[in-house]
Design a protein around this ligand. Structure first.
Ligand code: GLA
Length: 705
């Protein structure tokens, strides 16, 4: 009865999400919190707002299964029937994120235990040990019961496994976890001697003679073995993934053809989303940028680019965002008028095919009663409701963009293994944290209007003229060889500091940093030189001219040459071994030594930034960007305007222009188009009000005048 799952578009099956034309709009709906009379009003208001997809059942376990041997599906039957009658499709949750009290009391050992040995209590949510057989058995049973009952229900469009894996509980140190960890270690290492070598247990007399002697890395008197900690991070991501896969296997078996997703949490350290996304039919994400942060949209853009990249550029779904304020920050600032619309459009601008929310109707009880909702406590007179309805109408005008895709002009390497290893303790500096290293690089690209894709270290890089690696602390030789081949073949690689340090066991590559990157980068690091908090080191660009054309036809940037930049957090004493020096340290002990280098290898170049340049990062990145011919989506973009382009299969383009600033901006255009939001034809420029936006349909190249 269902056709093949093809997740190129959100219209993933011919008789499921295809019934939801255009873009998806809706949110988490928690009808179990309300008397059924309210549901009738809900579906009426959903029609008014243009809601076409709701997520139901996320926290319904206690209601669906009142005790071990009884089920109550009647209310959910009525709810799905109601949705179907009103043309609202359902993203049906497997309801496993909050085990009910009866299950917890029957199996108290399914509650998670902290590194200090504290067992966390019932009374919140996500209170389960990822390795608990009791929890897993009950979760799989519930999933099967739901799948068998609703697989043919005409309202069912999408399965939603669990909720936000890794939220609240990412690890558990109980005896069940210890057993599972040992199993995982046996599979990874084979024998105990292999584990001893990998963990370097000759250090501090940590040698094991049997796997039974190994425990999770509970709180210990001093620093815990770093490879044990790294394996623990890997195990914890895998343990949650095993749970997810157990539910996914049931859905694939019982309900084939209905796509399955679980809601990711943007760039989350705990879960290796490259691995996870292989098991998703569709990537979906929960995003909560802070309205009080004037640069929040930059971080949001970064997260959305990652979500789009996880399945190679396929459209993804914004599963949750707040219509206005959240309730879990110390101070929860609402979205000022216009911000909700702008940030919703931003997700679409970066490849989403739908915008959903937490949640549909504001709760009156529980920990999230102050969280905003599409339908606020005040009801339809509320400002929030007006914005919900207005944006729903706008989304309908944008329906034709569904399925179109962005094309990154450069790639950013992201490796969870390296992230985990980078942030282990007892390094030269605790200030080298992946998100903080990445952010200024991403912000520089965002400011310059350059769309980037994220790629895993195993990715083919051929299509990208430029690859950026803000940090590759952990790097195996196979990846280093791939990067070297990429550069030899004409690619351009820019590598950030403290890279090429350790192998996959977190053992130092011997013979001088950056280990397997040394020949590629043409430099050797003599010593790491972290910069104390609050201090900076001057860096002077020498003035080597970039020698490549820019894709946007503009002259190469001349400005950075001779400029003074400031390094913070980190610097390195490096010596060149064939690379040319583009910038030198200009203050402190390292004054006069190379800071930024470029090495020619084969047909390409490899750049090295030996320091963290924070807000000045872009002034160095301008050089490889120019050399690689990587320019903005649109030249001459005014400040605060974000521009992205989605490409449809028929050659049409959709140019998104978003003004994140507080003043009106005029954006010059190279091609006239039609603004889908207003229906108006554009001339040679578009004027954007503060927080204003335009979505321009541009004809295919061959149809342009
Ligand atoms: C997450 C959860 C939701 C809700 C929201 C509140 O996204 O998935 O259940 O708690 O946060 O912001």
């Amino acid at each position: 009865m269902t056709a093949t799952v093809t997740t190129d578009r959100l219209t993933v099956t011919t008789d499921r999400l295809t019934r939801v034309p255009g873009l998806l709009y809706g949110g988490d709906w928690n009808p179990e919190q309300w008397p059924e009379q309210v549901w009738a009003e809900d579906v009426k208001l959903m029609a008014e707002a243009g809601v076409n997809l709701v997520t139901v059942g996320v926290f319904s376990w206690a209601r669906l299964q009142p005790d071990a041997d009884s089920w109550d599906f009647g209310w959910l039957d009525r709810l799905l029937d109601l949705c179907h009658r009103h043309g609202v499709a359902v993203d049906l949750a497997t309801a496993t994120a909050s085990p009910p009290a009866w299950l917890v009391r029957a199996h108290p050992d399914l509650l998670p235990v902290t590194a200090d040995g504290v067992r966390l209590e019932f009374g919140s949510r996500q209170h389960y040990c990822p390795s608990s057989p009791a929890y897993r058995g009950a979760a799989v049973r519930l999933t099967r019961a739901l799948a068998e009952r609703y697989r043919h229900h005409p309202a069912l469009a999408l399965w939603h496994i669990h909720n936000e894996y890794g939220d609240h509980v990412q690890e558990c140190f109980c005896p069940d976890s210890a057993v599972d960890f040992r199993r995982w270690l046996r599979e990874r290492h084979g024998g105990i001697e292999e584990l001893n070598r990998s963990w370097g247990t000759a250090f501090w007399s940590q040698r094991y003679t049997s796997f039974e002697q190994i425990e999770p890395p509970r709180t210990a008197p001093g620093p815990v073995n770093p490879t044990q900690l790294l394996d623990w991070r890997r195990f914890c991501s895998d343990a949650l993934l095993a749970l997810h896969r157990a539910e996914k296997a049931v859905l694939d078996e019982v309900s084939p053809g209905v796509p399955v997703t679980t809601n990711f949490m943007s760039m989350l350290k705990a879960l290796d989303y490259w691995e996870w996304s292989r098991h998703e039919d569709l990537v979906s994400d929960d995003a909560y940028p802070d309205p009080a942060d004037p640069r929040a949209h930059v971080n949001a853009a970064m997260n959305y680019d990652l979500m789009r990249s996880l399945k190679g550029g396929r459209p993804w779904l914004l599963m949750e965002q707040a219509p206005s304020a959240v309730s879990w920050r110390p101070v929860n600032v609402p979205k000022r008028p216009g911000l909700y619309r702008l940030w919703s459009l931003q997700a679409l601008a970066r490849g989403a095919d739908g915008v959903l929310h937490f949640q549909w109707r504001a709760s009156v009880a529980g920990a999230e009663k102050f969280h905003s909702a599409m339908l606020p406590h005040r009801g339809t007179a509320a400002r929030g409701w007006q914005e919900t309805v207005r944006f729903g109408a706008e989304l309908r005008r944008l329906g034709e963009i569904a399925g179109s895709r962005l094309r990154g002009r450069a790639a950013v390497l992201l490796d969870w293994d390296s992230w985990w290893a980078l942030e282990l303790d007892d390094h030269p500096s605790a200030r080298m944290r992946w998100p903080e290293l990445l952010r200024p690089w991403y912000a520089a690209l965002h400011e310059r209007g350059v769309t980037v894709d994220f790629v895993p270290p195993t990715a083919g890089l051929d299509g990208y003229p430029l690859v950026l690696a803000p940090n590759l602390y952990l790097l195996d030789t196979a990846t280093a060889d791939r990067l070297t081949a990429y550069v030899r073949d004409g690619g351009r690689l820019v590598c950030g500091p403290f890279s090429g340090i350790a192998d996959r066991h977190d053992h130092i590559h011997p013979g001088g940093h950056p280990g397997p990157l040394r020949e590629l980068l043409g430099i050797v690091v003599d010593e790491h030189w972290p910069i104390p908090d609050g201090e900076t080191t001057a860096v002077r660009l020498d003035g080597t001219a970039p020698d490549g054309p820019r894709s946007d036809g503009a002259e190469p940037h001349a400005e950075p040459h001779g400029a003074d930049l400031r390094a913070e957090r980190w610097s390195e004493w490096i010596e060149t071994e064939g690379a040319e020096t583009l910038a030198r340290y200009a203050s402190g002990t390292l004054a006069g030594l190379p800071a930024v280098t470029r090495n020619r290898l084969g047909a390409g170049t490899a750049w090295y930034l030996s320091c963290h340049l924070g807000a000045d990062t872009g002034r160095v990145l301008d050089l490889p960007l120019a050399e690689a011919g990587v320019g903005a989506e649109l030249p001459d973009l005014p400040a605060d305007v974000e521009a992205t382009r989605r490409h449809a299969a028929d050659g049409r383009q959709y140019l998104f222009l978003l003004n994140h600033g507080g003043v009106e901006r005029r954006v010059p255009l190279d091609t006239p188009g039609t603004d889908l939001l207003t229906g108006a034809a554009t001339g040679d420029a578009v004027t954007l009000a503060p927080l204003g936006a335009a979505v321009l349909r541009l004809p295919a190249a061959e149809e342009r005048p």
